[in-house]
Ligand binder design. Sequence first.
Ligand code: BJ8
Length: 384
Amino acid sequence: MEIRKDLPEIFEDFSEARRNGFISAKQFKDQNKPMIGTFCTYMPQELPLAMGAAVVSLCATSDETIADAEVDLPRNLCPLIKSSYGFGKTDKCPYFYFSDLVVGETTCDGKKKMYEHMGQFKDVYVMQLPNTQFGDQAFELWKSEIVKLKELLEEKFDVEITEDAIKSAINLKNRERSALKDFYSLGKLNPPAISGGDILKVLYGSTFKFNREDTIEEVKNLTSRILDEYNSGKKLDSKPRILITGCPIGGVTEKVVKAIEDNGAYVVFFENCMGAKAIEENVSEDNNDVYAALAEKYLSIGCSCMTPNPNRITMLNKAIDEYKVDAVVDVLLQACHTYSVETLTIKQFVNKEKNIPYMSIETDYSTSDVGQLNTRMSAFIEML
Ligand code: BJ8
């Protein structure tokens, strides 16, 4: 995989962010401030931020604790769920340990049933997410769930969360999303300025930094530095341009990005939850009803747990054009039913509407399929 060797320290900073974040998490907790753990992009982070809490993603990305999880959970379950549960159960994840409350949502069946067991050893609160994004009922349900979460946080942590504080948190998150969006929009450059592996490092690493103002500045500086250097001639080679969609990736599943980039292509856009799905749209700052504004943004996320799920297609359509994508790779975590079933819709759209090749690959949190991934990617990229 070709990387920009002249920018190592910044990329390493993001790459190491999860590990280094443990120390910042401890320092944060030492100040007696609350930490909220989340498992999903639907969770409106603005609410905990509005009471001065830190928000941390607990989605695990390694197979280290899967055997422990399988004592309680079925083997034929998505590795993200098993691994996340396993890290909680074994107390091996400091972020889980430091979380005063875990907030989940009723997304896929596996996750929502797992929360019932997790509730035996951790304080878990589950928001009732509707299965559809359409109709007043769905909107009103999600809005009322957001208000309920605010009330629960106020009661549990004995604080008042004012609408002004929520507005400030919306503004902060919007600036963070915009900085990250400007960064991953570097993927539009053709030939690319940086590899997909480096884009992912920054997107993943930024979720483990607690001083959000600093992170916004850091990401902005990185973007403008890369742009300046690109304009003065530092470019990668022209190669086929790949869009990754599907289940969340990060940690061990970066093996998919590596297999693509080691075999002659670049990933220029990540549609999944570590990328644009979470970041592309901001919360309206014009709407005086902050709960409606939050409900509108978060309910529109194009996840396969929704039926129907046209917002995923809308984003893919736009990104394939804007990022001049040559092919789409749909990443499925084993036993993820909603994304697996949705592959047919995505394949038909990509092949028939966009006239470009599509490939789906199923993987897990082991490294046993790396050889097979390389073989499949090399054959796929060769025909582009
Ligand atoms: S908004 S993608 S973070 S639900 S991969 S656990 S769906 S069986 S992670 Fe997700 Fe929220 Fe959607 Fe994003 Fe279930 Fe599938 Fe596993 Fe998944």
